[in-house]
Design a binder for this molecule. Structure first.
Ligand code: ZN
Length: 237
């Protein structure tokens, strides 16, 4: 639990070091699960172990490694699934209970946990960070000492640069970032620490950032991943 009365729990699943999050109200014990992927049984077991009730599913973006257990989880919990409408269109993402959200929408979890959807395009057109109190779940927009790829279909390094600096300009330095993958030397970091240590924040100009972000990469290459949605049953683990 964080100091401002918000419950947040991070755990890692799958072959790609994805982080799954529970975030919510410690009094009512209702939580949203952010980016449920790879193994819905473990996600449900973890919720039971912590004695919390899942009340929402929140998606940072439509890439399969962040959403590939949404459908399976929905067979066990009948809850709304939030994703920006533009991201659902981009990724052709469909599921029961889909709420096509808009930038700035607030998702209320329990009685006093209000989570804001912050639109941060660059990795995909409708990538979203989830902000509550001094916490920011960043998906594949920012990692500890990293940032998301911009060469995949829908990616754009210029827009990524604006999104990163938009977050850093707007949010207090003591905001704690909770990334979508465990790629750094620590599972979380404060934004002001990242200003010094994140190599992607050291580029003096937009052009310099774009050149380095796209170095050795061909723009708009496909992500190497199993087909989504899966045609027959569960995606390959
Ligand atoms: Zn992604």
């Amino acid at each position: 639990m964080s100091d401002n009365g918000i419950f947040i729990h991070q755990f890692e699943l799958g072959d790609w070091q994805n982080f799954i999050y529970f975030i919510g109200d410690p009094e009512t014990r209702e939580c949203a699960v952010i980016d449920p992927a790879w193994n819905y049984e473990i996600i449900l077991e973890e919720a039971a172990r912590l004695d919390i009730t899942l009340s929402h599913i929140l998606c940072t973006h439509s890439h399969f490694d962040h959403v590939n257990e949404v459908e399976f989880l929905l067979k066990h919990v009948d809850v709304p699934v939030h994703m920006l409408g533009m991201e659902a269109d981009f990724g052709n993402f469909k599921c029961e209970n889909l709420v096509r959200s808009s930038p700035g929408d607030i998702v209320k979890v329990g009685t006093h946990c209000e989570i804001t959807m912050v639109h941060t395009p660059g990795h995909t057109p409708g990538s979203t960070c989830y902000h509550v109190g001094d916490q920011l779940v960043t998906g594949d927009t920012m990692f500890v000492n990293g940032c998301g790829r911009c060469d995949l279909v829908g990616g754009d390094p210029e827009i990524m640069y604006q999104s990163l600096w938009g977050l850093l300009d707007k949010l207090p330095g003591n905001t704690v970032m909770f990334p979508g993958h465990n790629y750094g030397d620590a599972p979380t970091a404060q934004l002001d620490e990242q200003l010094n240590s994140n190599p992607w924040l050291q580029h003096p100009t937009l052009q310099d950032f774009v050149t380095h972000r796209m170095e050795g990469r061909t723009p708009n290459t496909e992500i190497i991943a199993p087909a989504w949605p899966p045609e027959d049953g569960r995606p390959t683990k």
